[in-house]
Design a protein around this ligand. Structure first.
Ligand code: IPM
Ligand code: MG
Length: 354
C-alpha cells in the first residue's frame, strides 16, 4: 500500500514520525507492506518551490492509496497573499482529491474525563460524536474578492452549495447514522442563509431514502451552545464546511484536547487524506512536546477506511487506550499524579502496546 506522507510545518514532522513508527509496527504484526513517499506541502513547500502545493506533490498524492498529513502553516507565511499561504495548499489538496466528506470523530477516552474543561457529569461515560464536515464547497471555496480603497475598501466571501454537493454529503451522514444510533443532526443557519435553506430542503428530501434514521435540524449557533450544554444528545452531525470547522474544534475540547482528534477526508474512488484536526503549533515545534495521538488515531482511520484493516485500526486504538491507562500523558492532557512524557516516548509506548 502506497502512502504519500506530508509532514508539513511546525509539529507536523514531529508527529508524522510517530505515525510511521506505528505503521511499521502494524506492518510487522499483520505482515502487510506499506511504502512511503514524502512530499512537500505548506510552508516548507513555499520555501523550497515558491508554491504551497507543488504539482509533483499533487501527482504523487493522486497516485497513492492514501495520504497522511501532519499539519501546515506558521507565522512566517502569514503575510503572503491568500492563494500563496500554506493553508491554500491544504485546500488545494482536499479539492484536488475530491475529498468532500470530512469525518471528525470526537471520542472521549474515559481516562481523560478530568482533562476536559467540562464537568465530568456533563460528559457522562463514553462520549462519542461524529462530526461530518463538508470539505470542498461552501464558504471556503465560494467566490471571494476585494475592491476599493481606504474606508470604502470592501471584501467578501460567498457560501454557495449545489443540490448535488449537499446530497452527496447528506448521504454520507445517513449511511454513517445507519451504522451507529440511527440519529442524524443536520446543522445549518436556515433562518438567515439561502444556502442553508437549500441545504435543509435537500437533507430532508434525502431522508426519505433512510426511513430508519431520525433526522433533526439545528441552527449552528444553537448547536455550538448545545455541544457544551448537553453533548450526549448528539451522535452524527452533518454540516457545511465552515460550520464544521468551528464545531469540530469545539467538539474536540469535550475530549480533553485538540491533540486527541483525528480526521479522515474521503472522496469517491480517490485516495483518502488522514490528518489530525489540530494545527501546526509552531511554538512547540521540534521540542518533543506535541501530542501525537490525533496523528496516530488518524492512522487508525486510514487502516479502517482506506485499507479495510479493521483489526489493525482497533489494535492502534486499544494501544492508545492502554498507554493512557498506564498514566502516561503529554503536556496538553497532563493532570496531577500522571507521568509527563514527550512526543517520541508517547509514540514508542503506543508501538510497544501494538
Ligand atoms: C482544519 C484546519 C484547516 C481548515 C486550516 C488549517 C486551513 O483548521 O482542518 O480544521 O480550516 O480546514
Ligand atoms: Mg479547523
Amino acid at each position: 500500500m502506497k502512502i504519500a506522507l506530508i509532514p508539513g510545518d511546525g509539529i507536523g514532522p514531529d508527529i508524522i514520525d510517530q505515525a510511521v513508527k506505528v505503521l511499521d509496527a502494524i506492518s510487522r504484526k499483520y505482515n502487510v507492506k506499506f511504502s512511503f513517499e514524502e512530499v512537500l506541502m505548506g510552508g516548507v513547500a513555499i520555501d523550497k518551490t515558491g508554491v504551497p502545493l507543488p504539482e509533483e506533490t499533487m501527482d504523487i498524492c493522486k497516485n497513492s492509496d492514501a495520504v497522511l498529513l501532519g499539519a501546515v502553516g506558521g507565522d512566517e507565511w502569514d503575510n503572503l497573499p491568500g492563494h500563496l499561504r500554506p493553508e491554500a495548499g491544504l485546500l488545494g489538496l482536499r479539492k484536488g482529491l475530491g475529498a468532500f466528506a470530512n469525518l471528525r470523530p470526537a471520542i472521549l477516552f474515559p481516562q481523560l474525563k478530568n482533562a476536559s474543561t467540562l464537568k465530568p457529569e456533563v460528559l457522562g461515560d463514553g462520549l462519542d460524536i461524529m462530526v461530518i464536515r463538508e470539505l470542498t464547497g461552501g464558504l471556503y471555496f465560494g467566490e471571494k474578492g476585494r475592491e476599493g480603497e481606504g474606508t470604502e475598501e470592501r471584501a467578501w466571501d460567498t457560501l454557495p452549495y449545489t443540490y448535488s454537493e449537499i446530497e452527496r454529503i447528506a448521504r454520507v451522514g445517513f449511511e454513517l447514522a445507519m451504522k451507529r444510533k440511527k440519529k442524524l443532526m443536520s446543522v445549518d443557519k436556515a433562518n438567515i442563509l439561502e444556502s442553508s435553506r437549500l441545504w435543509r430542503e435537500v437533507v430532508t428530501k434525502i431522508a426519505k431514502d433512510y426511513e430508519e434514521v431520525t433526522l433533526s435540524h439545528m441552527y449552528v449557533d444553537n448547536a455550538a451552545m448545545q455541544l457544551i450544554r448537553n453533548p450526549k444528545q448528539f451522535d452524527v452531525i452533518v454540516t457545511e464546511n465552515m460550520f464544521g470547522d468551528i464545531l469540530s474544534d469545539e467538539a474536540s475540547m469535550l475530549t480533553g484536547s485538540l491533540g486527541m482528534l483525528p480526521s479522515a477526508s474521503l472522496g469517491k474512488g480517490t485516495p483518502g487524506i488522514y490528518e489530525p484536526i489540530h494545527g501546526s503549533a509552531p511554538q512547540i515545534a521540534g521540542q518533543d512536546k506535541a501530542n501525537p495521538i490525533a496523528m496516530i488515531m488518524s492512522v487508525a482511520m486510514m487502516l479502517r477506511h482506506s485499507f479495510d484493516m479493521e483489526q489493525g485500526a482497533l489494535a492502534i486504538e486499544r494501544a492508545v487506550s492502554k498507554v493512557l491507562d498506564k498514566g502516561y500523558r503529554t503536556g496538553d492532557i497532563m493532570e496531577d499524579g500522571k507521568e509527563l512524557i514527550g512526543t517520541n516516548k508517547m509514540g514508542d509506548l503506543i508501538v510497544a502496546e501494538i
